[in-house]
Design a protein around this ligand. Structure first.
Ligand SMILES: [Zn+2]
Length: 248
């Protein structure tokens, strides 16, 4: 349909410009946010990202970084539709196996102007107790799987440990693969399906400017997440929040 094609193109342009601004400012802030005292970055290649866990949006001011974990899956399309409606770039922390099985969704995420994060091959928990070689595989193979699903030129900037189970070891592995550990500041526990009202209320109560919100587009029935997002996106917009990416 020619009409929907042109709408899609406009949407890409709109998101692209938002993202470009975010990255320009991200570069500005990167030097000051790097944790110089973080010993876990030792031995990382030159130009590697900080090994400190990112807990803020890339841009200063009244910004929010939305992140979606455990996909892509059956609910990712609905999340993408809503994000497009509000011109909201987001970051998707993907499971390698899921990305490989749903490459069309990975390509759409990128075409819509969003960013990708490595969430391991198959979401092992706890991650920190796994043998070193297994942790290396979980991070590096997932990055390759997501990159392959996204197609040529796909960039992955962050790593989020399953369940937030970061350790100096897995953070070091991630940094050596060019990935910054990515945390969050607001966890509405949407994965546990606490009810739409609970998800919405937690985000409204706990979000501060520059915050990172954790939600899930995969890993089970995410209809509550989608319904909550339908309320939160207009609320965030009314509150004057601008949608950003996480600090990288
Ligand atoms: Zn997860």
């Amino acid at each position: 349909m020619p009409n929907s094609k042109s709408v899609r193109l406009l949407r890409r342009v709109a998101l692209g410009s938002t993202v470009a601004v975010s990255f320009a400012l991200a570069g500005f802030g990167a030097g000051t946010s790097a944790a110089a005292t973080d010993v876990s970055a030792q031995g990382a290649p030159a130009g590697a990202p900080s090994a400190s866990i990112a807990h803020s949006a890339a841009t200063y001011g009244r910004t929010v970084a939305l992140t979606f974990d455990d996909g892509p899956g059956p609910y990712t399309g609905q999340v993408l539709d809503l994000l497009a409606q509000y011109h909201a770039p987001a970051t998707f922390c993907q499971i390698g196996n899921q990305a490989a099985a749903n490459s069309a969704l990975v390509k759409r995420i990128l075409a819509d102007g969003h960013r990708l994060c490595d969430h391991t091959v198959d979401h092992p928990q706890p991650m920190r107790t796994l043998p070193h070689a297994t942790q290396v595989h979980e991070i590096t193979a997932a990055k390759e799987m997501i990159s392959k699903a996204g197609g040529p030129g796909t960039r992955i900037r962050w790593f989020r440990a399953p369940g937030g189970d970061f350790s100096p070891e897995n953070r070091r592995i991630a940094v050596q693969d060019g990935l910054r550990p990515l945390g969050w500041t607001v966890d509405p526990r949407d994965w546990s399906r606490p009810g739409v009202a609970s998800i919405v209320a937690t985000v409204k109560r706990e979000l501060r400017p520059g915050g990172v919100v954790l939600m899930h587009d995969g890993g089970g029935n995410r209809s509550q997440t989608v319904a909550a997002l339908r309320e939160l996106l207009p609320w965030l917009t009314r509150q004057g929040y601008r949608f950003s990416l996480p600090a990288s």
